[in-house]
Unconditional design. Structure first.
Length: 165
């Protein structure tokens, strides 16, 4: 049996986040269509474009490893996205819909930040400077998206959901 190494774990986790990003890319247009706030709709549309670039970065990391860009099923992101879909359906037309969509989107962001943070640390340990640079760029974007969603929630969306109740 082949020994499982940190490099093997890095590759497996890379496949996990690649799958996740591609699933997120398919979910974002649905979330944008469902959003009631123009600002939230715009945030989802912007993040869709950003996610496409992030997928391309992951493909570059696979190239650096000399491996094909392939995902592996990630039950965690499937579950998080399923919860977001439930929110979209069960709160459709509700004043609380946008608050729920932000919460769902932040669950996705937090998952991504955990994965990218881990991959950055492992890339650094493994001496993969180019991979680390690519992954760090994405980690920063995910953090910025999370902060923007918090600002949108705290600035208007949560209050609007409360006042409309």
């Amino acid at each position: 049996m082949k020994t499982k190494t940190l490099e093997t774990l890095f590759h497996e986790t890379l496949k996990d986040i690649y799958y996740a990003e591609r699933k997120i890319l398919r979910a974002l247009p649905k979330m944008a269509r469902g959003a009631q706030s123009a600002d939230l709709k715009a945030a989802f549309e912007q993040h869709e474009q950003e996610t496409q670039v992030q997928v391309e970065r992951l493909q570059q990391v696979f190239e650096l490893l000399g491996k094909p860009a392939r995902g592996k099923t990630c039950p965690a992101i499937d579950g998080i996205l399923e919860e977001g879909e439930e929110t979209l359906e069960s709160f459709a037309g509700s004043p609380a819909l946008d608050a729920g969509l932000i919460a769902a989107a932040q669950a996705v962001e937090h998952y991504e930040m955990a994965r990218y943070g881990t991959l950055c640390g492992w890339a650094r340990l493994l001496g993969m400077k180019d991979a680390e640079k690519l992954l760090t760029a994405t980690l920063r974007e995910e953090g910025a998206t999370d902060a923007a969603l918090t600002q949108l929630a705290d600035g208007s969306v949560n209050r609007a959901a409360l006042e409309a109740a």
